[in-house]
Design a protein around this ligand. Sequence first.
Ligand code: PLP
Length: 357
Amino acid sequence: MPRPISATLHLSAFDNNLNVIRNCAPQSKVWSVVKANAYGHGLSRIWESLSATDGFALLDLNEAILLREKGWKGPILLLEGFFQPQDLTLLDHYRLTTTIHSDWQLEAIQRARLSAPLNVYLKLNSGMNRLGFPVRQAETVWQWAKSIANIDQITLMTHFANADNPTGVAQQFNDVSDASANIPAPRSFANSAATLWHSQTHGDWVRPGIILYGASPSGRTADIADTGLQPTMSLCSEIIAVQDLSKGHGVGYGSRYQASDAQRIGVVACGYADGYPRHAPTGTPAWVEGVLTRTLGTISMDMMMVDLTPCPQAVTGSKVELWGRNLPIDDVAAAAGTVGYELMCALATRVPVKIEN
Ligand SMILES: *Cc1c(COP(=O)(O)O)cnc(C)c1O
Protein backbone atom coordinates (compact mmCIF):
# COMPACT_ATOMS: atom_id res chain seq x y z
CA MET A 1 0.00 0.00 0.00
CA PRO A 2 1.26 3.52 -0.81
CA ARG A 3 1.19 6.25 1.81
CA PRO A 4 -2.40 7.43 2.20
CA ILE A 5 -1.72 10.95 0.87
CA SER A 6 -3.15 12.06 -2.48
CA ALA A 7 -4.25 15.15 -4.34
CA THR A 8 -7.61 15.02 -6.07
CA LEU A 9 -8.25 17.25 -9.07
CA HIS A 10 -11.89 18.30 -9.48
CA LEU A 11 -12.04 18.67 -13.25
CA SER A 12 -15.62 19.95 -13.40
CA ALA A 13 -14.54 22.92 -11.30
CA PHE A 14 -12.43 24.18 -14.23
CA ASP A 15 -15.49 24.38 -16.42
CA ASN A 16 -17.38 26.13 -13.65
CA ASN A 17 -14.55 28.60 -13.02
CA LEU A 18 -14.13 29.39 -16.71
CA ASN A 19 -17.87 30.16 -16.82
CA VAL A 20 -17.53 32.46 -13.82
CA ILE A 21 -14.78 34.29 -15.70
CA ARG A 22 -16.85 34.54 -18.88
CA ASN A 23 -19.74 36.02 -16.90
CA CYS A 24 -17.37 38.53 -15.30
CA ALA A 25 -15.84 39.59 -18.59
CA PRO A 26 -18.47 38.81 -21.22
CA GLN A 27 -16.91 41.05 -23.89
CA SER A 28 -13.41 39.64 -23.58
CA LYS A 29 -11.65 36.55 -24.79
CA VAL A 30 -9.92 34.48 -22.15
CA TRP A 31 -6.29 33.43 -21.93
CA SER A 32 -6.32 30.61 -19.40
CA VAL A 33 -3.03 30.98 -17.57
CA VAL A 34 -1.49 27.54 -17.10
CA LYS A 35 2.12 28.44 -16.34
CA ALA A 36 4.06 26.51 -13.70
CA ASN A 37 2.57 23.22 -14.90
CA ALA A 38 -0.95 24.61 -14.51
CA TYR A 39 -0.26 26.04 -11.05
CA GLY A 40 0.98 22.66 -9.87
CA HIS A 41 -2.00 20.68 -11.16
CA GLY A 42 -0.21 19.11 -14.13
CA LEU A 43 -0.82 20.70 -17.52
CA SER A 44 -1.42 17.42 -19.31
CA ARG A 45 -4.00 16.41 -16.67
CA ILE A 46 -6.16 19.50 -16.83
CA TRP A 47 -5.83 21.28 -20.17
CA GLU A 48 -8.75 19.43 -21.76
CA SER A 49 -11.03 20.58 -18.95
CA LEU A 50 -10.23 24.11 -20.14
CA SER A 51 -10.58 23.44 -23.84
CA ALA A 52 -13.49 25.89 -24.01
CA THR A 53 -10.94 28.64 -23.42
CA ASP A 54 -9.86 31.01 -26.20
CA GLY A 55 -6.17 30.43 -25.58
CA PHE A 56 -3.58 29.17 -23.12
CA ALA A 57 -0.91 31.42 -21.63
CA LEU A 58 2.27 30.06 -20.08
CA LEU A 59 6.01 30.67 -19.84
CA ASP A 60 7.83 27.52 -20.71
CA LEU A 61 8.45 26.60 -24.31
CA ASN A 62 8.29 22.92 -23.38
CA GLU A 63 4.83 23.37 -21.90
CA ALA A 64 3.72 25.15 -25.07
CA ILE A 65 5.06 22.30 -27.20
CA LEU A 66 3.34 19.76 -24.93
CA LEU A 67 0.00 21.50 -25.52
CA ARG A 68 0.53 21.42 -29.29
CA GLU A 69 1.52 17.77 -29.19
CA LYS A 70 -1.57 16.93 -27.14
CA GLY A 71 -3.63 18.47 -29.91
CA TRP A 72 -4.42 22.06 -28.86
CA LYS A 73 -4.67 24.06 -32.08
CA GLY A 74 -5.77 27.40 -30.66
CA PRO A 75 -3.62 30.33 -29.54
CA ILE A 76 -0.76 29.88 -27.07
CA LEU A 77 0.84 32.95 -25.51
CA LEU A 78 4.35 32.95 -24.05
CA LEU A 79 3.98 35.38 -21.15
CA GLU A 80 7.69 36.17 -20.84
CA GLY A 81 8.38 35.90 -24.54
CA PHE A 82 11.37 34.02 -25.87
CA PHE A 83 14.67 33.86 -24.04
CA GLN A 84 17.08 33.68 -26.95
CA PRO A 85 16.89 34.34 -30.69
CA GLN A 86 17.27 30.63 -31.53
CA ASP A 87 13.92 29.96 -29.79
CA LEU A 88 12.18 31.70 -32.69
CA THR A 89 12.58 28.56 -34.80
CA LEU A 90 10.32 26.70 -32.36
CA LEU A 91 7.91 29.63 -31.99
CA ASP A 92 7.60 29.61 -35.76
CA HIS A 93 7.17 25.85 -36.03
CA TYR A 94 4.57 25.62 -33.23
CA ARG A 95 2.87 28.90 -34.13
CA LEU A 96 3.20 30.50 -30.70
CA THR A 97 2.23 34.05 -29.83
CA THR A 98 5.06 35.76 -28.03
CA THR A 99 5.32 38.58 -25.57
CA ILE A 100 7.92 41.18 -26.47
CA HIS A 101 9.26 43.20 -23.57
CA SER A 102 12.71 44.31 -24.76
CA ASP A 103 14.42 45.82 -27.79
CA TRP A 104 16.57 42.76 -28.40
CA GLN A 105 13.46 40.66 -28.98
CA LEU A 106 12.19 43.01 -31.68
CA GLU A 107 15.64 42.98 -33.29
CA ALA A 108 15.70 39.19 -33.18
CA ILE A 109 12.28 38.88 -34.82
CA GLN A 110 13.32 41.41 -37.44
CA ARG A 111 16.36 39.29 -38.34
CA ALA A 112 14.72 35.85 -38.06
CA ARG A 113 13.78 33.66 -40.99
CA LEU A 114 10.23 32.53 -40.36
CA SER A 115 7.78 30.49 -42.39
CA ALA A 116 5.03 33.01 -41.58
CA PRO A 117 4.74 36.13 -39.41
CA LEU A 118 4.10 35.72 -35.68
CA ASN A 119 1.48 37.38 -33.49
CA VAL A 120 3.04 39.39 -30.68
CA TYR A 121 2.04 41.00 -27.41
CA LEU A 122 3.90 44.22 -26.72
CA LYS A 123 4.44 44.38 -22.99
CA LEU A 124 4.23 47.85 -21.53
CA ASN A 125 5.58 48.60 -18.09
CA SER A 126 2.94 50.77 -16.44
CA GLY A 127 4.30 50.54 -12.90
CA MET A 128 5.00 46.93 -12.00
CA ASN A 129 8.64 47.56 -13.01
CA ARG A 130 9.29 43.95 -13.82
CA LEU A 131 9.05 43.39 -17.58
CA GLY A 132 8.15 45.74 -20.38
CA PHE A 133 8.84 48.92 -22.30
CA PRO A 134 8.16 52.16 -20.42
CA VAL A 135 4.65 53.32 -21.35
CA ARG A 136 6.05 56.55 -22.79
CA GLN A 137 7.72 54.46 -25.52
CA ALA A 138 4.42 52.78 -26.45
CA GLU A 139 3.96 54.55 -29.78
CA THR A 140 7.57 54.25 -30.87
CA VAL A 141 7.70 50.56 -30.08
CA TRP A 142 4.36 49.96 -31.74
CA GLN A 143 5.53 51.76 -34.91
CA TRP A 144 8.68 49.68 -34.92
CA ALA A 145 6.76 46.42 -34.45
CA LYS A 146 4.32 47.42 -37.18
CA SER A 147 7.22 47.94 -39.60
CA ILE A 148 8.52 44.39 -39.12
CA ALA A 149 7.39 41.98 -41.83
CA ASN A 150 7.81 39.01 -39.49
CA ILE A 151 5.12 40.42 -37.18
CA ASP A 152 1.44 39.87 -37.87
CA GLN A 153 -1.09 40.92 -35.19
CA ILE A 154 0.05 43.21 -32.35
CA THR A 155 -1.73 43.33 -28.99
CA LEU A 156 -0.86 45.71 -26.16
CA MET A 157 -0.33 44.17 -22.77
CA THR A 158 0.41 45.35 -19.26
CA HIS A 159 0.37 43.73 -15.83
CA PHE A 160 -1.01 45.22 -12.61
CA ALA A 161 0.88 45.23 -9.33
CA ASN A 162 -2.05 46.06 -7.05
CA ALA A 163 -5.28 44.79 -8.63
CA ASP A 164 -5.86 42.66 -5.52
CA ASN A 165 -5.42 45.34 -2.87
CA PRO A 166 -6.75 48.79 -1.99
CA THR A 167 -4.07 50.61 -4.01
CA GLY A 168 -5.94 49.39 -7.07
CA VAL A 169 -5.21 49.81 -10.76
CA ALA A 170 -6.17 53.45 -11.44
CA GLN A 171 -2.68 54.88 -11.82
CA GLN A 172 -1.35 52.07 -14.00
CA PHE A 173 -4.55 51.84 -16.03
CA ASN A 174 -4.63 55.58 -16.70
CA ASP A 175 -0.95 55.70 -17.61
CA VAL A 176 -1.14 52.83 -20.05
CA SER A 177 -4.44 54.05 -21.50
CA ASP A 178 -3.13 57.58 -22.04
CA ALA A 179 0.11 56.39 -23.59
CA SER A 180 -1.68 54.07 -25.99
CA ALA A 181 -4.71 56.20 -26.78
CA ASN A 182 -3.73 56.56 -30.45
CA ILE A 183 -2.68 52.98 -31.02
CA PRO A 184 -5.32 50.95 -32.84
CA ALA A 185 -4.47 47.55 -31.32
CA PRO A 186 -6.29 45.09 -29.06
CA ARG A 187 -5.62 45.26 -25.30
CA SER A 188 -4.86 42.60 -22.67
CA PHE A 189 -4.40 44.05 -19.20
CA ALA A 190 -6.33 42.04 -16.60
CA ASN A 191 -5.01 39.24 -14.37
CA SER A 192 -7.45 37.40 -12.06
CA ALA A 193 -7.86 40.25 -9.61
CA ALA A 194 -8.56 42.78 -12.36
CA THR A 195 -10.89 40.31 -14.08
CA LEU A 196 -12.96 40.05 -10.87
CA TRP A 197 -12.70 43.56 -9.50
CA HIS A 198 -11.73 46.09 -12.20
CA SER A 199 -14.01 45.62 -15.17
CA GLN A 200 -12.81 48.82 -16.85
CA THR A 201 -9.52 47.02 -17.57
CA HIS A 202 -10.97 43.94 -19.28
CA GLY A 203 -10.21 44.96 -22.86
CA ASP A 204 -10.04 42.35 -25.60
CA TRP A 205 -8.36 39.51 -23.69
CA VAL A 206 -8.29 38.87 -19.94
CA ARG A 207 -5.51 36.71 -18.46
CA PRO A 208 -6.85 34.94 -15.36
CA GLY A 209 -4.73 32.36 -13.58
CA ILE A 210 -5.46 31.75 -9.91
CA ILE A 211 -9.26 32.03 -10.19
CA LEU A 212 -9.29 29.19 -12.72
CA TYR A 213 -8.08 27.08 -9.83
CA GLY A 214 -10.72 28.45 -7.47
CA ALA A 215 -8.41 30.39 -5.15
CA SER A 216 -8.39 34.07 -4.27
CA PRO A 217 -6.04 36.57 -5.92
CA SER A 218 -6.00 38.53 -2.67
CA GLY A 219 -5.28 35.49 -0.53
CA ARG A 220 -8.52 36.04 1.40
CA THR A 221 -11.22 33.41 1.09
CA ALA A 222 -13.93 35.95 1.91
CA ASP A 223 -13.05 38.01 -1.18
CA ILE A 224 -14.20 35.25 -3.55
CA ALA A 225 -16.98 33.82 -1.38
CA ASP A 226 -19.75 35.22 -3.60
CA THR A 227 -18.19 34.50 -6.97
CA GLY A 228 -19.18 30.86 -7.42
CA LEU A 229 -15.56 29.82 -7.96
CA GLN A 230 -14.82 26.25 -6.90
CA PRO A 231 -11.49 24.74 -5.78
CA THR A 232 -9.84 22.48 -8.34
CA MET A 233 -7.53 20.63 -5.94
CA SER A 234 -8.01 18.84 -2.62
CA LEU A 235 -4.95 17.55 -0.79
CA CYS A 236 -6.01 14.69 1.46
CA SER A 237 -4.36 12.17 3.73
CA GLU A 238 -5.08 10.09 6.80
CA ILE A 239 -4.22 9.83 10.43
CA ILE A 240 -1.59 7.09 10.72
CA ALA A 241 -1.14 7.14 14.51
CA VAL A 242 -2.65 8.68 17.63
CA GLN A 243 -0.76 9.90 20.70
CA ASP A 244 -2.15 10.67 24.14
CA LEU A 245 -0.15 13.54 25.64
CA SER A 246 0.10 14.51 29.27
CA LYS A 247 0.48 18.06 30.48
CA GLY A 248 3.94 19.39 29.53
CA HIS A 249 4.62 16.90 26.72
CA GLY A 250 6.22 18.42 23.63
CA VAL A 251 5.28 17.64 20.03
CA GLY A 252 7.68 17.13 17.11
CA TYR A 253 11.09 18.63 16.30
CA GLY A 254 12.14 21.29 18.75
CA SER A 255 9.12 20.45 20.92
CA ARG A 256 7.70 23.71 19.67
CA TYR A 257 4.22 22.84 20.87
CA GLN A 258 3.74 21.79 24.48
CA ALA A 259 0.52 20.37 25.83
CA SER A 260 -0.93 22.49 28.60
CA ASP A 261 -3.14 19.61 29.61
CA ALA A 262 -3.84 16.01 28.70
CA GLN A 263 -4.47 16.02 24.95
CA ARG A 264 -5.08 13.59 22.09
CA ILE A 265 -3.22 14.29 18.88
CA GLY A 266 -3.16 12.66 15.44
CA VAL A 267 -0.14 12.05 13.23
CA VAL A 268 -0.95 12.82 9.58
CA ALA A 269 0.90 11.38 6.59
CA CYS A 270 1.78 14.71 5.03
CA GLY A 271 4.91 16.81 5.37
CA TYR A 272 6.98 19.43 3.66
CA ALA A 273 8.33 16.87 1.17
CA ASP A 274 4.74 16.62 -0.08
CA GLY A 275 4.59 20.38 -0.60
CA TYR A 276 2.97 21.33 2.69
CA PRO A 277 4.66 24.52 3.95
CA ARG A 278 7.18 23.80 6.70
CA HIS A 279 6.74 27.32 8.06
CA ALA A 280 3.04 26.72 8.83
CA PRO A 281 2.83 27.49 12.55
CA THR A 282 0.85 25.73 15.27
CA GLY A 283 -2.77 26.64 14.67
CA THR A 284 -2.79 26.31 10.88
CA PRO A 285 -6.23 24.90 10.03
CA ALA A 286 -6.70 21.24 9.12
CA TRP A 287 -9.90 19.26 8.52
CA VAL A 288 -10.33 15.89 10.19
CA GLU A 289 -13.42 13.76 9.57
CA GLY A 290 -15.68 16.76 9.07
CA VAL A 291 -14.24 18.86 11.89
CA LEU A 292 -11.97 21.86 11.59
CA THR A 293 -8.94 21.55 13.84
CA ARG A 294 -5.34 22.81 13.83
CA THR A 295 -1.76 21.71 13.34
CA LEU A 296 0.54 21.35 16.33
CA GLY A 297 4.31 21.93 16.34
CA THR A 298 6.85 21.81 13.55
CA ILE A 299 5.87 20.25 10.22
CA SER A 300 8.22 17.31 9.51
CA MET A 301 9.37 16.08 6.13
CA ASP A 302 6.77 13.32 5.91
CA MET A 303 4.39 13.90 8.81
CA MET A 304 2.59 16.53 10.77
CA MET A 305 0.55 16.51 13.94
CA VAL A 306 -2.98 17.75 14.50
CA ASP A 307 -5.06 18.45 17.58
CA LEU A 308 -7.82 15.86 18.06
CA THR A 309 -9.49 17.70 20.95
CA PRO A 310 -12.37 18.95 18.75
CA CYS A 311 -12.75 15.55 17.04
CA PRO A 312 -12.65 12.80 19.67
CA GLN A 313 -14.16 10.35 17.17
CA ALA A 314 -11.00 10.52 15.01
CA VAL A 315 -8.87 7.36 14.95
CA THR A 316 -6.05 5.88 12.92
CA GLY A 317 -7.35 5.82 9.34
CA SER A 318 -9.51 8.92 9.74
CA LYS A 319 -9.61 11.14 6.68
CA VAL A 320 -7.73 14.45 6.78
CA GLU A 321 -8.01 17.29 4.29
CA LEU A 322 -5.05 19.65 4.25
CA TRP A 323 -6.79 21.99 1.79
CA GLY A 324 -9.51 21.73 -0.80
CA ARG A 325 -13.28 21.55 -0.89
CA ASN A 326 -13.77 21.51 2.87
CA LEU A 327 -10.92 23.84 3.77
CA PRO A 328 -10.06 26.72 1.43
CA ILE A 329 -6.42 26.73 0.38
CA ASP A 330 -6.33 30.47 1.11
CA ASP A 331 -7.10 29.83 4.79
CA VAL A 332 -4.17 27.46 5.08
CA ALA A 333 -1.93 29.81 3.11
CA ALA A 334 -2.91 32.81 5.24
CA ALA A 335 -2.08 30.95 8.44
CA ALA A 336 1.29 30.00 6.94
CA GLY A 337 2.04 33.55 5.77
CA THR A 338 1.83 32.78 2.08
CA VAL A 339 -0.74 32.61 -0.73
CA GLY A 340 -2.71 29.79 -2.32
CA TYR A 341 -0.62 30.21 -5.49
CA GLU A 342 2.51 29.04 -3.70
CA LEU A 343 0.86 26.06 -2.04
CA MET A 344 -0.62 24.65 -5.25
CA CYS A 345 2.56 25.25 -7.23
CA ALA A 346 4.58 23.45 -4.56
CA LEU A 347 2.62 20.20 -4.64
CA ALA A 348 5.39 17.59 -4.75
CA THR A 349 5.69 15.09 -7.57
CA ARG A 350 5.72 12.24 -5.05
CA VAL A 351 2.06 12.93 -4.18
CA PRO A 352 -0.21 10.63 -6.23
CA VAL A 353 -2.86 12.54 -8.15
CA LYS A 354 -6.43 11.33 -8.57
CA ILE A 355 -8.68 12.72 -11.24
CA GLU A 356 -12.35 13.29 -10.56
CA ASN A 357 -15.02 14.79 -12.76
C1 PLP B 1 0.77 34.83 -13.91
C2 PLP B 1 0.30 35.89 -14.83
C3 PLP B 1 -1.07 36.13 -14.96
C4 PLP B 1 -2.12 35.44 -14.11
O1 PLP B 1 -2.05 35.93 -12.80
P1 PLP B 1 -3.17 35.53 -11.72
O2 PLP B 1 -2.92 36.43 -10.58
O3 PLP B 1 -2.90 34.09 -11.37
O4 PLP B 1 -4.46 35.71 -12.39
C5 PLP B 1 -1.47 37.07 -15.90
N1 PLP B 1 -0.57 37.74 -16.65
C6 PLP B 1 0.77 37.54 -16.53
C7 PLP B 1 1.70 38.33 -17.36
C8 PLP B 1 1.24 36.62 -15.61
O5 PLP B 1 2.55 36.42 -15.49
